[in-house]
Design a protein around this ligand. Structure first.
Ligand code: DAH
Length: 338
């Protein structure tokens, strides 16, 4: 190697080795292979070199540049390692990480999923409908007369357009029967809205689960057996279930269902959990009139329907005394279910 170049290289390598940080390392780079660095200036002399020595000189130049470049890269890596160590000094990276609290499902989701699974095992399929409804699907088709108190402006949220926030999930029954043909076996969990005064047992937005079974020979014992089984699955097989005669416009006969339960810290008592009944032929009649296939002819089909409050099921299951806990997102309450 050309002696001059060998000197330049060894000086540069010394400077690189002596550099203690990014800045001094960069100075060493500029001083050697920078535009006006020692090696670059020596390279400019190539034009004055005798022809036969040019090739050897050029090789020396390249070898020196390669050596200097790799020394710079190595030094850079070494300096980075020192900087990383310094940054971590005083930090124990072997300490276990702080644990992040795991999320959990909301009690309403838990009880809704459980109820849905029991009913799906019995062959009910999920159905859905809009929360912004019209009076026809929420009331008229459900055989609810114009002067029924539930239709009152004091009880129902109406839009200026005349539409309303559905007061119950029973409207999904109608929407399903408009298009599906028997046998129909559906459940519809979802929100419902009422202009209720908010207190420990009432919210203006709550959750229901609706059910409907329509076929050619559905009977009252089918209704009783299905719902008895359902509540036994939800609250235990020894739970007493009773059907108390009641009135709903869309079912005849109609019942309210009570289960005898002991809520935590209380004496056992009958608790109302659902409404149900045999679908009123007037409901079939109204929907059948809108269909061309006569599939819901009240002379041919019968059915049962039921509806229950999901919030209420959760309150009963876990002894929750105030329904507002279900919407407050207080982690002290919610973490008990995670
Ligand atoms: N829609 C009723 C309510 O919100 C509950 C209900 C009662 C639903 C009887 C039904 C039924 O399907 O047959 O109080």
């Amino acid at each position: 190697m050309n002696e001059q170049i060998a000197n330049i290289q060894s000086q540069a390598l010394e400077l690189i080795a002596a550099s203690t940080d990014e800045r001094t390392l960069d100075d060493a780079r500029v001083a050697s292979i920078g535009k006006k660095g020692t090696l670059s200036l020596a390279g400019a002399l190539i034009k004055d070199i005798p022809k036969e020595e040019k090739a050897a000189f050029g090789q020396s130049l390249n070898a020196a540049r390669t050596a200097i470049n790799s020394a710079i890269s190595e030094k850079q890596a070494a300096l980075q390692e020192i900087a990383d160590k310094a940054a971590l000094s005083g930090i124990d990276i072997t300490l276990p990480a702080r644990s992040l609290p795991a999320g959990g499902l909301h009690p309403l989701t838990l009880i809704r999923d459980e109820a849905t699974q029991v009913l799906r095992r019995m062959g009910f399929a999920l159905a859905d409908g809009p929360e912004i409804e019209d009076e026809y699907h929420c009331f008229d088709a459900l055989n609810t007369p114009a002067d029924h108190p539930a239709r009152n402006e004091k009880d129902t949220f109406y839009f200026n357009s005349g539409k309303l926030l559905r007061t119950h999930t029973s409207s999904v029954q109608i929407r399903t029967m408009e298009t599906a043909a028997p046998p129909i076996r559906i459940i519809a969990p979802g929100s419902a809205y009422r202009r209720d005064e908010i207190d420990a047992t009432h919210l203006s937005v709550f959750n229901q689960l609706e059910g409907l079974f329509v076929d050619t020979d559905v009977t009252l014992p089918d209704l009783k057996g299905t719902l008895e089984y359902f509540f036994h699955e939800m609250f235990g097989t020894t739970t007493e279930v009773r059907f108390r005669p009641h009135f709903f416009p869309f079912t005849e006969p109609s019942f309210e269902i009570d289960v005898k339960l002991q809520i935590k810290g209380q004496a056992p008592r009958w608790i109302e959990v659902a409404g149900c009944g045999m679908v009123d032929p007037a409901v079939f009649e109204a929907i059948n009139a809108t269909r061309k296939d006569n599939a819901l002819d009240p002379e041919k089909v019968t059915g049962f329907a039921f509806g229950m409050g999901i919030d209420r099921l959760a309150m009963i299951r876990w002894g929750i005394k105030d329904i507002r806990l279900l919407i407050e997102n207080d982690t002290r309450f919610l973490s008990q279910f995670a």
